[in-house]
Design a protein around this ligand. Structure first.
Ligand code: 2AL
Length: 176
């Protein structure tokens, strides 16, 4: 589906949330909140409204958004309970095809990261390959909590933009 912004603006609330509710992973409250900012002038305007909502949250709210994200190559992938979007992203980055050494390294570092920061490691899987994800996971374990909170939110916004692009026509593709 690829709606233009006028079609998005014409959606009743229920349809808007049904279609766009997982643009931020498992955070339909963000979509629900942003609906009241209609009409959107453009794709970027809609993207900006989501981004502003996230930025206005207290640090605990930002950490809550990070906690809504499933681990990469984690339990939800194994048990088939990922959201459709997340499954596509993780499979695209080869997270469903790790060898046993990679899988145990990923599990150990994901656990270490969560113990250190209290929220999961988040990275835009569609913009990274397997080797890159493992390297960044290792490196980012060494950052400060505030740095990682901000970094995780940056990645959430990248994920969200790509999800939005699969649903809504962008106005200025050369600038994105
Ligand atoms: C994810 C996910 O589910 N999709 C993605 O791009 N990144 N999860 C994560 N913990 O980074």
């Amino acid at each position: 589906m690829n709606m233009d912004i006028a079609a998005v603006n014409a959606l009743p609330y229920e349809d808007f949330v049904n279609i766009l509710g997982n643009v931020v992973e498992r955070c339909p409250i963000i979509t629900a909140a942003v609906w009241s900012r209609r009409p959107f002038l453009s794709f970027s305007d809609l993207e900006g409204a989501i981004s502003e909502f996230i930025d206005a949250l207290p640090e605990s709210g930002k950490e809550g958004i990070l906690r809504c994200h499933p681990d990469l190559a984690g339990r939800d992938l194994q048990s088939g309970t990922l959201t459709r979007e997340s499954h596509q992203e993780q499979a695209g980055a080869g997270m469903d095809a790790l060898n046993s050494a990679e899988a145990s390294r990923m599990a150990r570092l994901n656990q270490e990261y969560k113990e250190r920061f209290g929220f999961p490691f988040v990275i835009c899987a569609r913009m990274n390959d397997k080797a890159n994800i493992l390297r960044q996971l290792f490196e980012r374990c060494q950052n400060e909590r505030a740095v990682e909170r901000a970094r995780g939110i940056e990645e959430v916004k990248k994920i969200s933009r790509l999800r939005l692009q699969s649903l809504v026509l962008t106005d200025a593709p050369n600038k994105l």
